[in-house]
Design a protein around this ligand. Structure first.
Ligand code: GAR
Length: 191
């Protein structure tokens, strides 16, 4: 059994999908949810899902000592970033080499980097009159949104697209592909 920790800062819709997807899995279990945002809706979701929830801070993330002990105490094998807005420090990237997976709501390398999250990404995409957008699932390295790509999926942008309609399309792709891609990646690495 591989044990994953899911990190988020926002509404937690991906976290909920991931928990539901792996609920009956014999291979992967969601063992911990971690957030830096006490006021995020994912706190409510985590309580409902019954998965242990840990609050972290930028400082604890960056020093990594306490967080590393916590992750080890839960025997965490993989870290999944699902709308987690803090930068992962180099120490943590090295410790979980090729075992931290992030989802980004654009076709990287376009619309990645600091400040590019959630609706900011969709606004920038629409402002540039793009005809398509999509999702990127990738390994995390020490640079924002620059690690090796695992999977990309596209969606088309319609004439009357708005930030919220694009967000819905992106969330739908995330729901369809993120949990399955996590599963495939972990299984492939364990073969
Ligand atoms: C998701 O769309 C995810 O791709 C994005 O934040 C949203 C979180 O939604 N991540 C980033 O923008 C990372 N740079 P959720 O909290 O409902 O899962």
């Amino acid at each position: 059994m591989k044990r994953i920790a899911v990190f988020g800062s926002g509404s937690g819709s991906n976290i909920e999908n991931i928990c539901n997807y792996f609920e009956k899995s014999n291979a992967i279990s969601v063992s911990l949810i971690c957030t830096n945002n006490r006021r995020s809706f994912l706190v409510t979701r985590a309580k409902k899902l019954g998965v242990p929830l840990h609050f972290t801070t930028k400082k604890d993330l960056n020093t990594f000592t306490k967080l590393q002990s916590l992750l080890n105490s839960f025997s965490i094998d993989y870290v999944i970033l699902a709308g987690f807005l803090l930068k992962i420090p180099e120490k943590m990237v090295a410790y979980y080499k090729k075992r931290i997976i992030n989802i980004h709501p654009s076709l990287l390398p376009k619309y990645g980097g600091k400040g590019m999250y959630g609706a900011n990404v969709h606004k920038a995409v629409l402002n540039n009159n793009e005809v398509e957008s999509g999702i990127t699932i990738h390994f995390v390295n020490k640079y924002y949104d620059q690690g090796e790509v695992i999977l990309q999926k596209k969606c088309f942008i319609s004439k009357n697209e708005t930030v919220s309609s694009l967000e819905l399309k992106i969330k739908s792709l995330e729901g369809d592909f993120f949990p399955k891609t996590i599963e495939n990646t972990i299984i492939k690495q364990c073969l």
